[in-house]
Design a protein around this ligand. Structure first.
Ligand SMILES: Cc1cc2nc3c(=O)[nH]c(=O)nc-3n(C[C@H](O)[C@H](O)[C@H](O)COP(=O)(O)OP(=O)(O)OC[C@H]3O[C@@H](n4cnc5c(N)ncnc54)[C@H](O)[C@@H]3O)c2cc1C
Length: 445
């Protein structure tokens, strides 16, 4: 590829937000280039949940049958497993619509499906091993004095209009591969919670803090294990398990900053904790995790940008609002951002020339309150649930539930099962679900 290149829309990051946006814009007839820093989608940190509203979107895009062909598990009930017993907190079977469930699919399968569908559109291009390292700004084109603004030079929101990206070719694992530029009328940052594009633009998110990080590892799954995904909580401990067929993808929630201390306690201590928490896992913990090398630390962040746009630049998905894993809703929200963005910017893109910033502002206006609502729910869950579970002493404080009793909200949900539709809808559909615009729809194929 030429060192300098041009497209209409450059999208940084081929996660759920970037690929949905790329697919929709390509179907609008817009030339779009998605740049992904990795060679493939085979990474574990992404989350596996495909929610009812995303399943509906896939149907609308004609991708329902292809998605259904991916091996998957379905969740129709969300339950909390506590020392005092198991409580059902969400009953998805009470939802209306064609998908009263959440599908569990390794995210790389979903991303491959989207990338394949997008590749069938003439205007679409996906550059793998392409790490966006900075922004081009009006008056400072690549090679000109000043050069591109990079993630390191701190070009602030006050700079000229964004006119493209600078990117590095990381093919064959080259960290110092060739530098390229790609000019574009619109750049969209979909590069996740550590967004380099957002940094290069000088936009800083407000961090809300989170009480936890996650240890991410696999444990073999036996054919007679229970199905689906669930959470097991006990004094000071919280384990999430996602059924991936022949193994469990486990997320062990630790207090923020406790990684080094817990590792120093040793693997045997960790295995003993897991066995006490979920006794039927004990028979296979000797070999998995086999060392702390197999246990990855995933840092949890919850933050949000005040402003999701600059002239020539839009920021969406986790890059605009990093989501905690609570509720497993981040993928869904990122996809909803992408669908809204495609619908709102399309008319301006088809007219030609740069997209007015007022149009980009409309995207933020549309997606702002659903984001605030969902992040508010995650903050409340951090304080009221996760923080309390991780704080062993809280169990002995005055006012704590007596041993053997479920917390009051869970007792209410058990007593009145009809109420379980409310959390189910909030998680599986979310506030303000977006639908595929008519021009992006296709017959199932
Ligand atoms: C431990 C953990 C578990 C989670 N589990 C779930 C879950 O089960 N369900 C759920 O819905 N949400 C979950 N989430 C949240 C979810 O992962 C995010 O909200 C969601 O992935 C956001 O999608 P995105 O497309 O905005 O960004 P991402 O999924 O982060 O995608 C960003 C993409 O950009 C690429 N990229 C990054 N930098 C660059 C660059 N400079 N140049 C080019 N490409 C770049 C990355 O490689 C990646 O492919 C979890 C989060 C955490 C931390």
């Amino acid at each position: 590829m030429a060192a300098n290149d041009r497209t209409r829309v450059a999208i940084a990051g081929a996660g759920p937000a970037g690929l949905f946006l790329g697919l929709l814009l390509a179907r609008a007839g817009v030339a779009v280039t998605v740049l992904e820093k990795h060679a493939d989608f085979l990474r574990d940190f992404r989350g596996d949940t495909v929610h009812s509203s995303t399943l509906t979107l896939l149907d609308e895009l004609g991708l329902g049958p292809a998605f259904a062909a991916i091996p998957q598990r379905r969740i129709t009930q969300v339950a909390a497993q506590l020392d005092a017993g198991t409580a059902r907190i969400g009953d998805l079977s009470r939802l209306h619509g064609p998908h009263p469930h959440i599908a569990l699919v390794p995210q790389w399968d979903l991303l491959e499906l989207l990338a394949d569908a997008a590749a069938r559109e003439p205007g679409f291009r996906l550059l793998r091993n392409a790490e966006v390292t900075g922004l081009l700004r009006e008056g400072g084109a690549a090679g000109a004095a000043g050069g591109p603004a990079t993630a390191h030079d701190g070009a602030g929101p006050g700079g000229g209009r964004v006119t493209g990206v600078a990117w590095r070719d990381r093919a064959s694992g080259k960290e110092d591969g060739a530098e390229h530029t790609l000019e574009a009328d619109l750049v969209v940052a979909c590069d996740g919670r550590w967004s380099a594009v957002r940094d290069a633009a000088g936009l800083t998110p407000h961090a809300f803090g989170a009480p936890m990080d996650v240890w991410w590892f696999r444990v073999p799954r036996h054919a007679d294990d229970p199905d689906g995904g669930f959470g097991r909580a006990s004094r000071g401990q919280f384990l999430i398990m996602v059924d991936r067929g022949d193994y469990w993808q486990c997320g062990y929630i630790i207090r923020k900053g406790a990684d080094a201390k817990l590792r120093a306690e040793g693997l045997e201590r960790f295995r003993a904790r897991l066995a006490a928490l979920q006794p039927w896992l004990a028979d296979r913990l000797a070999g998995a995790p086999s060392s702390f090398e197999d246990v990855k630390l995933l840092e949890v962040r919850l933050d949000r940008l005040e402003r999701w746009h600059l002239p020539g630049l839009l920021v969406i998905g986790d890059a605009a609002h990093a989501m905690s894993p609570v509720g497993g809703v981040g993928i869904n929200l990122a996809i909803q951002d992408a669908v809204a963005a495609a619908r709102i910017v399309r008319p301006a893109l088809l007219r030609g020339g740069p997209v007015p910033e007022s149009v980009l502002q409309s995207v933020q206006r549309r997606r702002w309150w659903p984001t605030v609502l969902v992040q508010g729910f995650q903050q409340a869950a951090h304080r009221g649930v996760v923080g309390r579970i991780l704080d062993e002493d809280a169990f002995d404080r005055p006012g704590a539930e007596p041993d053997g009793a479920l917390p009051l909200p869970l007792r209410i949900l058990e007593e009145f099962p009809v109420l379980q539709a409310i959390p189910a809808r909030f998680v599986a559909v979310g506030p303000l679900p977006e639908h595929a615009p008519r021009w992006a729809r296709r017959a199932p194929g």
